[in-house]
Design a protein around this ligand. Structure first.
Ligand code: NAD
Ligand code: IPM
Ligand code: MN
Length: 359
């Protein structure tokens, strides 16, 4: 039998609501198998900061890093909350975790599930994965401002792209394309961001030689947003930088039937530290505490987590149960916990084969 040490960070707003459902599904799908999850809950986020003044201490980070994997809900307070000014929970907590644990692959799959009400009238068959770089780009905090607060302020936010960082994420994307439908799209803005653009382009061209079975194409990010809406079925695997990937994946969530369905994994493919799984959405202060949040994104993040841990059958069971549930959605709103319960119930439908080979 196998015990997986799981760090759980419910976070703020709807985070704890959706994480409860995700944990429910995780427990249900592994019940009676030889895998068990030993969970440690970390209370971190805006709430914790307001109570203690701490965002993420070195002790927190060390304790989290000693786990096999991390499940996170969402962190961050209501935008503009003056009590959080200067704390920057997103940078000090979420990005700190992604950077310290070297989550260089931010994996964000999109499918339009059968029966889902996509805002696209005729979306076609949509199943793609955005491989978003997770540790570089404009996210690194390389910047500053001078003459701050004056009419002559100059604020710089420098995008950092290293050959090492680009190559490792590009290699991952090629391998992902090889294991899927063999198509890789690089998304950048090489016509304007010429320094970073030529680095990305060069590395994609170089790595492509080792993957002759993968077809490569390129889109400028602005044009990519057009195709996300007009022909998302053309995509298989996309690889892009941290900021473009952030923006594209909210759009991907929207076309796939709502941000409440979009899951993600912050992956350290080398296994040198735990990978972290979380919905793409944030803490949604506008609906927090009302049980209006859709926990599906958090539940599908559990499927990504199970896959990452090598528990492919359990992952497939979760995806199948979610697919069943989505197909029967009527448009009548259900409470967060009702959706979680329905997905747990769908796990034992005849079509959702009991997970096997869990070790
Ligand atoms: P958000 O994703 O929290 O909300 C955007 C909109 O989507 C809101 O109308 C919200 O109600 C809706 N929504 C989000 N998740 C939903 C769900 N599961 N079901 C139904 N509706 C859902 O983005 P925001 O408002 O820009 O950010 C709110 C806070 O969350 C900010 O502090 C932001 O920095 C933070 N944030 C955190 C993460 C994270 O922890 N990974 C991600 C994004 C934003
Ligand atoms: C996401 C979020 C984060 C990001 C923020 C909250 C730091 O928007 O996970 O997509 O920009 O990566
Ligand atoms: Mn985002």
């Amino acid at each position: 039998s196998r015990t997986v040490k799981l760090a759980v960070i419910p976070g703020d707003g709807i985070g704890p609501e959706v994480v409860s459902e995700a944990v429910k599904v995780l427990e249900a799908v592994t019940a009676g198998t030889d895998v068990s999850f030993e969970r440690t809950t970390f209370s971190l986020g805006a709430q914790r900061y307001l109570e203690t003044g701490d965002v993420l201490t070195e002790e927190d980070l060390e304790a989290i890093a000693s786990h096999d994997a991390i499940l996170l809900g969402a962190v961050g307070g209501a935008p503009g909350d003056p009590r959080l000014a200067g704390a920057n929970i997103e940078r000090g907590l979420l990005l700190k975790l992604r950077f310290s644990l070297d989550h260089y692959v931010n994996l964000r799959p999109t499918r339009i599930y059968p029966g889902v009400p996509s805002p696209l009238a005729d979306a076609g068959d949509v199943d793609f994965v955005v491989v978003r770089e997770g540790t570089e780009g404009p996210y690194v905090g390389n910047g500053g401002s001078i003459r701050t607060g004056t009419p002559h302020e100059v604020a710089n936010e420098v995008s950092v792209n290293t050959a090492y960082g680009v190559e490792r994420v590009v290699r991952y994307a090629f391998a992902a394309a090889r294991s899927r439908h063999g198509r890789l799209t690089l998304v950048h803005k090489t016509n304007v961001l010429t320094f970073a653009g030529s680095l990305w382009k060069r590395i994609v061209d170089e790595v492509a030689i080792e993957f002759p079975d993968v077809t490569v194409d390129y889109l400028h990010v602005d044009a990519a947003t057009i195709f996300f809406v007009t022909n998302p079925g053309r995509f298989d695997v996309l690889v892009t930088d941290n900021l473009f990937g952030d923006i594209l994946t909210d759009l991907a969530g929207a076309i796939s039937g709502g941000i409440g369905l979009a899951a993600s994994g912050n992956i350290n493919p080398d296994g040198t530290s735990p990978s972290m799984f979380e919905p793409v959405h944030g803490s949604a202060p506008d609906i927090a505490g009302t049980q209006k949040a859709d926990p599906t994104a958090a539940i599908l993040s559990v499927a990504l987590l199970l896959d990452h841990l090598g528990l492919a059958d359990a992952a497939a069971s979760v995806t199948r149960a979610v697919t069943e549930d989505i197909a029967t959605r009527t448009g009548t709103p259900r409470r967060t916990a009702e959706i979680g319960d329905a997905i747990v119930a769908a796990l034992s439908l005849p079509s959702a084969h009991a997970p096997k080979d869990l070790s």
